[in-house]
Write a protein that binds this ligand. Structure first.
Ligand code: ZN
Length: 109
């Protein structure tokens, strides 16, 4: 089996499990508060499906056991923490000083 086939299979399984989670769950697995499933991106409180153990940390990419419903913003903050652990910026940044550009090609949330 080629690498591309494996990724394709994971994507199909992930999509299936993502839909199942959106149908069956209604609380955020990160903050424990209700998720309004009517909200749509880019609303920070819109629903998203989070990997409990990030794929980058060895978590399963598509198994439902590793997936949970989460607010977009909670998922984002979790990812930020993971990245901050890798390269911590010691200087304090004010909200107005936050970098304006993000390289989204590096972000595979
Ligand atoms: Zn949340």
């Amino acid at each position: 089996m080629t690498r591309a086939d494996r990724q394709g299979a994971h994507r199909v399984a992930f999509e299936k499990n993502r839909k199942r989670i959106l149908k069956t769950e209604n609380t955020c697995g990160i903050c424990g508060k209700p998720v309004n499933l009517q909200l749509k991106a880019p609303d920070p409180m819109s629903p998203t499906v989070d990997h409990k153990i990030p794929v980058a940390k060895g978590g399963h990419p598509s198994a439902i056991e590793n997936l949970q419903l989460a607010h977009w913003t909670c998922n984002r903050q979790k990812s930020d923490k993971l990245f901050n652990n890798i390269k911590e910026e010691p200087k304090v940044l004010g909200n107005r000083n936050l970098p304006k550009s993000i390289d989204w090609t590096l972000y595979k949330g």
